[in-house]
Design a protein around this ligand. Sequence first.
Ligand SMILES: Nc1ncnc2c1ncn2[C@@H]1O[C@H](COP(=O)(O)OP(=O)(O)OP(=O)(O)O)[C@@H](O)[C@H]1O
Length: 402
Amino acid sequence: MTSPSPPVSDRRHSPDNDGETKERRGAEIDLISLTKIYDAGKVHALDDVSARITPGEFVTFLGPSGAGKTSVLRLLAGLEFPARGQVLLNGRDVTSVPPQRREMGVVFQDYALFPHMTVYQNCAFPLQVRRVHAGTIRQTVDAVLNTVQLSEHGDRYPAQLSGGQKQRVAIARTLVYEPQVLLMDEPLGALDKNLREHMQLELRQLQQRLGVTCVYVTHDQDEAMALSDRIAVMRDGRIEQMGSPRDLYRAPHNDFVAGFFGKMNFIPGAVAGSDGENVYVDTRLGPIRVSRELARLSSGSLAVDTPVTVAVRPEKVSVAASTPHGTAVNSLGLTVEQIRYAGASIYVDGVDHTHGMRVVACVPPESNDIRTGEPASFHFLVENTLVFERGPTDQPEAEKSE
Ligand SMILES: Nc1ncnc2c1ncn2[C@@H]1O[C@H](COP(=O)(O)OP(=O)(O)OP(=O)(O)O)[C@@H](O)[C@H]1O
């Protein structure tokens, strides 16, 4: 894949020059009702996707394989055209503008470096092709290699670099154009876990320093959380929810988003009633109360017997070695099936053998009065309990958290 490449101005200065970097602003991007169809209508890769990305923002498209993440990026880069909808860059319609005339740098997972060229030559090449003045090329490449901390490695060939260094060259090569937007598709996918985490930090710092707008694609929720100002969670060609990592974690709009971030207990049930403050749900593990404020149910779905899914995070569940007393709210009597140690905390799996349902609690390790095989009370506060509508085909399982 080649990097779309607007012409480099001869007025370019070092991106490490403070005065210059502070002036630089990323572009604003508007995706308006983007629809992408492949295979003569058989595959709807994107279905009416709209989003506004503000200048300098780091936005990640996150979702399972086939959700449409790469399609968004390719439409943004100009590598594909939508069946319907528009892409605006700083308010200008660029939907039919070719890649090389959009101010965007593109980085893919396979760095696509030229193996027979040094680091320096790899970065200089796109400028040479466009006949940029030799002095400007040297100045630009030196500055960009300095930005990605590879000044010492300009004479090396890609084969002599680590994965992380190669990735930095791939990024450097897009920065020579001073792009207003960086598009990245799983750029850290080929790196091992430690290097990946290190590069996440570097990438975020670099993006903030340059002020460039970044649109990132990954299927790794931890990476999305670590990097992004906002995340667009995608499924089946649509954005299910777009928000800050905190919003998505604390207030997911549906069980799909809830299950995508961290671990979650899902307990199927049915509405038993509601009042001004609460929704009451009957489940096979017992009655559960949810605050009306947190209930993601339309007023029509508050009708008695409407199938719903209660959701609660393991870290919001406490466990006590006792059977809950009758009047306790959101306390489930379960048998401790196993206790698993996970560093600073322990996971306690509670099981209801009659219905084959489980609830997982993540609690501090000092909760040591809990014993495997013994009854325990799994409790969660009303304000930490969510409830979602359940379609006829959704069958969330209580143990989906693991
Ligand atoms: N060139 C193409 N021709 C036909 N179908 C395509 C093409 N590109 C993508 N698709 C289909 O469009 C849908 C969305 O694909 P896309 O690559 O955008 O998903 P993704 O979320 O990036 O997936 P992954 O994480 O696996 O890369 C998928 O069903 C995919 O098979």
